[in-house]
Write a protein that binds this ligand. Structure first.
Ligand code: TQI
Ligand code: ZN
Ligand code: ZN
Length: 171
């Protein structure tokens, strides 16, 4: 079953139209940014929340960036595999990804299977981390997005009823 962070933090009622921005230092391609917009859209579909991409990285509610190793928040990344990404509970909004992973950036077609043992599907990780950004902890339901394991090379980006029930409890 779904879980929450201690104290059940969530985005406040007056801030349900959330903005997100990418770290301009990453110079991400539109293809990569589109993967994130698809991931946000999955959560927007089942909640009253909206997610709008803005340019100003410093004032957006949610900030997304790829970093290597120690990047200044006391939770350094560790190179290929191990920690892939982290996101903090509301209303922090920081969403960091390990720049050193072999990220699979795929379009919406196909099932995203790739037989590379160290490749990780970006959209799957983004959907999971956005769950944390919204206040969800880990789930005990194996197929859920918030279940704390991921299979390398595999896409798992569809919300399950467990994820939906969890986020709808909060919003
Ligand atoms: N990063 C962990 C995660 O996002 C960080 C973490 C550990 C965490 N415990 C937590 C975050 C408790 C919030 C609350 O779960 S990770 C997965 C998994 C990671 C893991 O890099 O290990 C995904 C990132 F395990 F679910 F597959 C993305 Cl999808
Ligand atoms: Zn970080
Ligand atoms: Zn997690």
């Amino acid at each position: 079953r779904y879980s929450f962070f201690p104290g059940e933090p969530r985005w406040p009622d007056h801030n349900r139209d959330l903005t997100y921005a990418f770290d301009p230092r990453n110079a991400l391609t539109e293809e990569v940014k589109t993967v994130f917009s698809r991931a946000f859209a999955r959560w927007a579909e089942v909640t009253p929340l909206t997610f709008t991409r803005v340019e100003s990285f410093l004032t957006s509610d949610i900030s997304v960036g790829f970093y290597s190793g120690d990047h200044g928040d006391g939770e350094p990344f560790d190179g290929v595999m191990g920690t892939l990404a982290h996101a903090f509970s509301p209303p922090n909004g920081h969403f960091h990804l390990d720049r050193d992973e072999n990220w699979i950036v795929s379009d919406s077609g196909g099932d995203g299977f790739l037989s590379v043992t160290s490749a990780v599907d970006l959209e799957s990780v983004a959907v999971h981390e956005i769950g944390h950004l919204l206040g969800l902890g880990h789930s005990s339901v194996q197929d859920s997005i918030m279940y704390p394991t991921i299979t390398t090379g595999r896409r798992k980006a569809d919300l399950t009823s467990d994820d939906v029930e969890g986020v709808q409890y909060l919003y």
